[in-house]
Design a protein around this ligand. Structure first.
Ligand code: FE
Length: 365
């Protein structure tokens, strides 16, 4: 009798145990977020670039040739006259974010201006453009620092006309969470219920600029068909996806598997931590790149070189264009032709301020 009772007990326990544990084998419903896994973490490698400028490159080098749709990612710095005098681009879009100081830009269509701290510029090279990007020199010699990202154009849009779009820092909605310990500038995408819907590039890109104080955490929902990377601008020991620590100048590349990226910045740290989280729709196409020319075939690259040299097929303006800023940016240029004085900027800000959009909604993934 005791044996039967024991056997019955074991049977009952087994059934109960099975029903409890079998849940672990059930995949989560479609709409539930899952953490992206980390593919690799690479440091930005410092190198000379342009004329007298330095960059830390973490995409577009031997270790990470490209990360679709991204072709290059540079953390650049220049404190003198060193910059990027006139040079061509073809077949990609460039996104520049100034994190410190100011850079002037000018292209052969006559477009020109000054980007200052917090501003962005989205440039579509399309069928071909030629431009100059030169630092504004500060009397105290302080550096001009920023990020430049190259995004591949979808094959069917490679031959579009070149265009520029500037995004001034006051146009970017900022979300504050956790009593101001977490700040997110939503440059493109959606975070904590705040969304910027502007179509800034042809290839869909999400771009978030985070600043964290010790003892804060973040949770960012991301689309499935996008590649994402996270680059740390300053600070150390950010714990990503619950178990990986990353620090300044490291770039974290994620696998395209989950739909959520989370991070904890330990209470024990002293300084602020700053990073950008950037994603782009993965393009299923060939990348053939030679310097600033990007195409899907070698023939198109060869054609681009010939067209550039002979100033034809989109490069005709080279025959008459003389770059104003290529040999350095003066105060007269900033106040005059570049329309980039601090006074002009303040007027522009005041005009825009009524459209300012801000909101705080607690929304975790
Ligand atoms: Fe350029």
């Amino acid at each position: 009798m005791h044996i039967f009772a024991l056997a019955f007990g074991i049977l009952l326990f087994s059934i109960t145990y099975y029903y409890h544990t079998r849940d672990y084998n059930i995949p989560p419903p479609e709409n539930m977020s899952s953490l992206r896994t980390i593919k690799t973490i690479l440091p930005g490698i410092e190198q000379a670039e342009g004329v007298g400028a330095t960059v830390r490159r973490s995409i577009g080098n031997m270790k990470m040739r490209n990360f679709s749709p991204f072709l290059m990612f540079d953390h650049f710095s220049s404190n003198g006259v060193g910059g990027f005098p006139e040079h061509p681009h073809l077949g990609q879009e460039t996104i520049t974010l100034m994190t410190k100081g100011a850079f002037a830009h000018e292209d052969f269509t006559g477009s020109k201006g000054v980007l200052r701290e917090g501003d962005l510029q989205f440039m579509t090279a399309g069928r071909g453009t030629v431009h100059s990007e030169m630092p504004v020199i500060h009397p105290d010699g302080s550096p001009n620092v920023g990020l430049q990202l190259w995004v591949d154009l979808p094959e069917e849009l490679k031959e579009v006309e070149p265009r520029y779009r500037d995004l001034k820092t006051w146009e970017i909605p900022t979300v504050e969470q956790q009593d101001g310990k977490l700040k997110v500038r939503v440059i493109s995408g959606k975070s904590y219920g705040v969304e910027l819907l502007k179509e800034l590039a042809y290839t869909p890109v999400q771009y978030y600029h985070y600043v964290m104080k010790p003892g804060s955490h973040f949770s960012q929902e991301i689309p499935k068909d996008f590649n994402f990377f996270l680059y740390v601008l300053r600070g150390k020991n950010l714990v990503l996806q619950k178990n990986r620590k990353v620090s300044q100048y490291e770039n974290v590349f994620f696998n395209p598997d989950g739909t959520c990226i989370v991070g904890d910045y330990p209470e024990t740290e002293r300084d602020e931590l700053e990073f950008v989280l950037i994603g782009g729709k993965i393009l299923d196409q060939k990348v053939v790149q030679h310097g600033p020319f990007v195409a899907t075939s070698r023939e198109r690259i060869q054609q681009a070189f010939l067209d550039y040299q002979m100033a034809r097929n989109g490069f005709e303006r080279l025959r008459t264009w003389n770059s104003l800023i290529s040999r350095g940016v003066t105060d007269e240029m900033v106040d005059g032709e570049l329309n980039g004085s601090l006074e002009a900027r303040e007027n522009e800000r005041k005009k825009f301020i009524s459209k300012w959009k801000e909101g705080v909604i607690d929304e975790n993934c």
